[in-house]
Design a protein around this ligand. Structure first.
Ligand SMILES: Nc1ncnc2c1ncn2[C@@H]1O[C@H](COP(=O)(O)OP(=O)(O)OP(=O)(O)O)[C@@H](O)[C@H]1O
Ligand SMILES: [Mg+2]
Length: 309
């Protein structure tokens, strides 16, 4: 059962811009799905359609929230400027039937206690963003839709919000969140949807996306004694085709780059058994690394679109 199904959504604004073209994917309960893509890719358009703010030109969104509700935080600030911080949150709590204790909980979670009596107009941009997130999180929901919740937050607050969203997903909610913070996404999201000029380019679990995008791992090996003179040539001769090798000029160590999917074991097996290793470290490419590399090459994202199981 999916809690959210997006089927062949197309959105053409009155200006003629086609912001989304035939986008389809489904989200399962208990997952945090990140929507990524360049500025203008169509993320907000998609999230605004899912949350019911705007209608698609064609296609359907089916939300199965059971008895739960859908809570939404748009990218543009939507607060009541004349109310205080806590009144802004209380208003949503009343509308959704959330208890007063939930207001205190989100005020504390988002570190808004010290400005709770301030009018929304007179707080900082990051604090305002926290109020907006607090308004979405104050009620228990089956589906949370948050459009760039970490934009404008300091790094610690951004991390806290993403981690909290991960926990809500882990306890059964469906969380759809757009973000440019690829490191936070890699740490917290179950999967990602990549939009490119309004088209769905990938829908994959994060690690699968990273692997398919051609991520590599660089393994650095330092030997206890320099390698014998003939060793670098022997290693190069036995190098699998997709690997690249750099040997230190003084033969004290080497670096080998392998596809991420290869893993460490074949590298260890390839090293000569008679050489003692003093130090070994591996550096994996991150989601951010592969995303930026693909963007620079303007190469397509992983071709096949796989619906998460
Ligand atoms: N109300 C609107 N009327 C006309 N065109 C719009 C409207 N809103 C967005 N667009 C256009 O639709 C496209 C997608 O915009 P959207 O806001 O969905 O992008 P986004 O992926 O959220 O970008 P960002 O990362 O900057 O938030 C863009 O070309 C944008 O200019
Ligand atoms: Mg947007």
């Amino acid at each position: 059962m999916h809690s959210l199904t997006i089927d062949q959504i197309t959105k053409r604004y009155r200006t003629g811009t086609e912001a989304l073209s035939g986008v389809s994917f489904a989200v399962e309960p208990g997952t945090l799905l990140a929507v990524v893509g360049h500025n203008g890719a169509g993320k907000s358009t998609l999230l605004n359609i899912v949350s019911g703010l705007i209608r698609p030109t064609s296609g359907t969104v089916t939300t199965d929230t059971g008895r739960g509700r859908l809570m939404w935080a748009p990218q543009r600030t939507m607060v009541d400027w004349s109310l205080t911080v806590s009144q802004n949150i209380e208003l949503i709590a009343r509308l959704t039937g959330a208890p007063a204790s939930a207001v205190d909980r989100v005020l504390e979670l988002l570190d808004l206690d010290k400005v709770r009596t301030q009018q929304a107009e007179y707080i900082s941009g990051g604090q305002l963003q926290r109020v907006q997130i607090a308004r979405a999180l104050v009620a228990d929901a089956a589906i949370y839709v948050l459009d760039e919740p970490t934009a404008g937050l300091d790094p610690a607050a951004g991390e806290l919000v993403m981690e909290h969203l991960r926990e809500r997903a882990a306890s059964g909610a469906t969380v759809l969140v757009s973000s440019h913070d690829l490191d936070a996404i890699e740490r917290t999201a179950s999967g990602l949807v990549l939009l490119d000029e309004g088209r769905l380019r990938a829908h994959l679990p994060i690690q699968e996306f990273v692997r398919r995008a051609g991520a590599t791992m660089k393994v650095r090996v330092v030997f206890a004694e320099p390698m014998p003179e003939a060793c670098p040539d022997r290693l190069a001769a036995a190098l699998p085709p997709e690997w690249t090798l750099e040997t230190d000029a003084d033969r004290a160590g080497l670096s080998v780059q392998v596809p991420l999917a290869t893993g460490l074991r074949p590298v260890l097996a390839w090293l000569p058994a008679d050489l003692r290793v003093r130090d070994l470290s591996a550096e994996k490419q991150s989601l951010r690394d592969v995303y930026l590399a693909r963007h620079a090459e303007r190469s397509p994202a992983p071709e096949s679109v796989m619906v998460q199981q």
